[in-house]
Design a protein around this ligand. Structure first.
Ligand SMILES: [Fe+2]
Length: 506
C-alpha cells in the first residue's frame, strides 16, 4: 500500500530566501499512507516493537506575511506505527482553525513570531497574534494525540494510528481561555496529564491536571511577578515543578507593547514545586542560578528531595538578535544554535525540608531535546538520551545515551548530511530492564534526498540502526516527537504498578 491521501498546493515563492523553508526544512505537500510492503526496509523490524512513533513538524503552506521563523509553520505529524514486525507510515497536516482559514483564503492570514505587530486579526498563543499552528509538541493522552504550539493554544486531537483529525478537545480545552502550552506531562502510571499556560496578564501562569478519563479535574492560577516565557514543566509522582526563569521581555518596553526578550542575569531562577493537586498557596519556591531551560529530561523524588534533570543555558541570549546586523537567517540560526546557548545536562536538587537547592552539571557536552522512557517519567530513572546539534545549525547530527548511574555515556552520529529528529524511547514488549528498549527517530539524508525511520537497540547504540524503513519522500526537519506504547493507543491504562527503581508492566 502506497496511497496519496491528499496534496496541498504550497504557495511559498521560489525567491523566498528563508533558510527554514528550503533544503532540510522544505515543507512537504503530499500526505501519504504507506506500509512496509511498499517501503524499502533495511534490516529487520523487531516484532517486539509495538506502538506508534509520532513527530511534529512546522510545515509551512503559504508564503509568510512576515519574516518567517521556524516555529511559525503549519503543524504536520509524521507517524510510524509498528505492529508485529511491520510498520505503517502516515503524515497529516494538523487541521487547526487557522490552517483551514488560510487554506480557504489561499494565503497567510497571520504573522509569525518575529513580527506579531503585523497581525490584522486576533490570533492565538500567549501573544494572541499568531496562527494556532499546532506544530511544536505532540503527546498522547486518553487515547488521542494532542498537537499544540509552544505558546499555548487549543490542543488539537488526532487518532494515534490513522492520524485522522478530530478537532479541538471539547471536554476541557475549550474551557481554558489561555490555552495549553506545549510540554504536557503524562504520568503513565495514573493516566493524569499535567500542563500549564502563561498568559501575559495576571496571574501570568495557570496550572492544571486532566485525568485518565480526559476530564479537567484541577485548574489553578499561579501568581508570578510578571509575564514570563517558560517552556517546560517538571513532573514527579506527587509534584509538578513550575519554572519562573529570568528570561522575559524587558518590562519598560513591554508596558509600551514592545516585546524584547532579555536575560536578566541578576535575577535568580525560581522553581515552584506544587503538589499535583495543590494551589498557588501550596507552592514551595526554590531559588537557583539564573538560567533558561527549554527541555527537561526527567524529574523524580528522592527522599526529602525533588530532583530535576534538564538542559540549562546560562547565557540564552549569546546570539543578540536585536543588536546584530546580520540578515535574519543568520540571526535566527545563531539564536537556535545550541553551541551559542551552551545548553548542557544539569541536575537540580530541591530539598523540601531545608528549602535549599543543590545544582551540578551532569555533562559538559552541548545537547538538547533530552528524553527518557515514558513509563519512567516522573520516577527514578537511570537512562536519558539527548540529541547532539550541529554547530551553527538547528539540526541534530547524532545522539547521546546517558547512564546516570555509572556516568558512562555513549554517542552515535548519523553521518555526513544525515540529521535526526527528537528521539523517543520505545519499551520492548516484555521488557526486563529500563534500557531493554528501542530508540526511534526520523532521519533526513540531504545527500541522497531520502528520509527513513531508524530503529536503534537502546542497549547498544554504537552498532547503528538495527532497522531502517525508507519513507516515500524526504520529510522536513521537525520538532517534538513521542512514542505511544500499544497499550496506551486506546486510552490510559487504569493502574500500573510503580515499583522501586522503575516499573515493568505489560
Ligand atoms: Fe519544546
Amino acid at each position: 500500500m502506497l496511497e496519496i491521501h491528499a496534496v496541498t498546493t504550497l504557495t511559498i515563492t521560489a525567491d523566498n530566501k528563508n533558510a527554514y523553508l528550503k533544503g532540510l526544512f522544505k515543507p512537504n505537500a503530499v500526505e501519504y499512507n504507506a506500509n512496509t510492503e511498499s517501503l524499502k526496509v533495511i534490516g529487520e523490524i523487531p516484532v517486539d516493537l509495538n506502538g506508534v512513533y509520532v513527530r511534529n513538524t512546522h510545515n509551512q503552506i503559504h508564503e509568510p506575511m512576515s519574516q518567517y521563523h521556524p516555529f511559525d509553520g503549519d503543524g504536520m505529524l509524521h507517524s510510524a506505527y509498528f505492529k508485529d514486525g511491520k510498520m505503517e507510515y502516515r503524515n497529516r497536516f494538523v487541521e487547526t482553525t487557522g490552517l483551514l482559514a488560510e487554506k480557504a483564503a489561499g494565503k497567510s492570514l497571520w504573522p509569525g513570531l518575529l513580527e506579531p505587530g503585523m497581525a490584522a486579526r486576533r490570533g492565538w498563543g500567549a501573544i494572541g497574534a499568531m496562527k494556532d499552528n499546532a506544530g511544536t509538541d505532540v503527546i498522547c493522552h486518553a487515547g488521542k494525540l494532542l498537537a499544540v504550539m509552544s505558546q499555548g493554544s487549543e490542543p488539537w486531537r488526532l487518532d494515534p494510528i490513522t492520524l485522522e483529525n478530530l478537532g479541538p478537545d471539547k471536554n476541557w480545552a475549550k474551557l481554558l481561555k489561555d490555552g495549553v502550552a506545549g510540554e504536557f506531562k503524562v504520568d503513565e502510571h495514573t493516566g493524569d496529564m499535567m500542563f500549564m499556560n502563561y498568559p501575559e496578564t495576571p496571574p501570568y501562569m495557570n496550572y492544571g491536571v486532566v485525568d485518565k478519563h480526559n476530564n479537567l479535574v484541577h485548574y489553578v492560577p499561579i501568581e508570578l511577578p510578571g509575564a514570563r516565557w517558560p517552556h517546560d514543566i517538571g513532573m514527579t509522582e506527587n509534584y509538578c515543578i513550575l519554572h519562573d526563569l529570568p528570561f522575559f521581555n524587558e518590562e519598560k518596553l513591554f508596558k509600551k507593547g514592545i516585546r524584547k526578550l532579555k536575560f536578566h542575569d541578576d535575577i535568580a531562577s525560581r522553581f515552584g514545586i506544587i503538589p499535583r493537586f495543590g494551589t498557588s498557596a501550596d507552592v514551595q519556591w526554590f531559588e537557583a542560578t539564573p538560567c533558561f531551560i527549554l527541555h527537561l529530561a526527567n524529574c523524580y523524588e528522592d527522599c526529602d528531595e525533588v530532583v530535576m534533570d534538564g538542559c540549562i543555558s546560562l547565557n540564552p541570549l549569546m546570539a543578540d538578535i536585536a543588536g546584530d546586523t546580520r540578515d535574519m537567517n543568520e540571526k535566527i540560526s545563531a539564536h537556535l544554535d545550541k553551541h551559542n546557548t551552551q545548553t548542557r545536562l544539569h541536575r537540580w536538587r530541591f530539598n523540601l525540608i531545608t528549602g535549599e537547592t543543590h545544582e551540578e552539571f551532569l555533562d559538559q557536552e552541548v545537547i538538547e531535546f533530552p528524553v527518557c522512557r515514558g513509563d519512567y517519567k516522573g520516577y527514578k530513572y537511570r537512562y536519558a538520551y539527548a540529541s547532539l546539534f550541529k554547530k551553527g545549525e538547528w539540526l541534530m547530527e547524532g545522539f547521546k545515551k546517558y547512564d546516570l548511574e555509572t556516568g558512562v555515556h555513549t554517542k552515535y552520529m548519523y553521518g555526513p548530511g544525515r540529521y535526526g529528529s527528537e528521539l523517543s524511547v520505545a519499551k520492548r514488549t516484555n521488557s526486563t530492564s529500563e534500557d531493554d528498549a528501542y530508540l526511534l527517530t526520523f532521519i533526513q539524508d540531504i545527500n541522497n534526498d531520502t528520509s527513513e525511520c531508524a530503529i536503534f537497540d537502546a542497549k547498544n547504540i554504537l552498532q547503528g540502526p538495527i532497522a531502517r524503513v525508507m519513507l516515500p519522500e524526504r520529510i522536513s526537519s521537525g520538532t517534538h516527537a513521542c512514542w505511544v506504547d500499544e497499550y496506551r493507543l486506546y486510552g490510559e491504562k487504569q493502574t500500573l504498578d510503580v515499583n522501586q527503581g522503575g516499573p515493568e508492566h505489560d
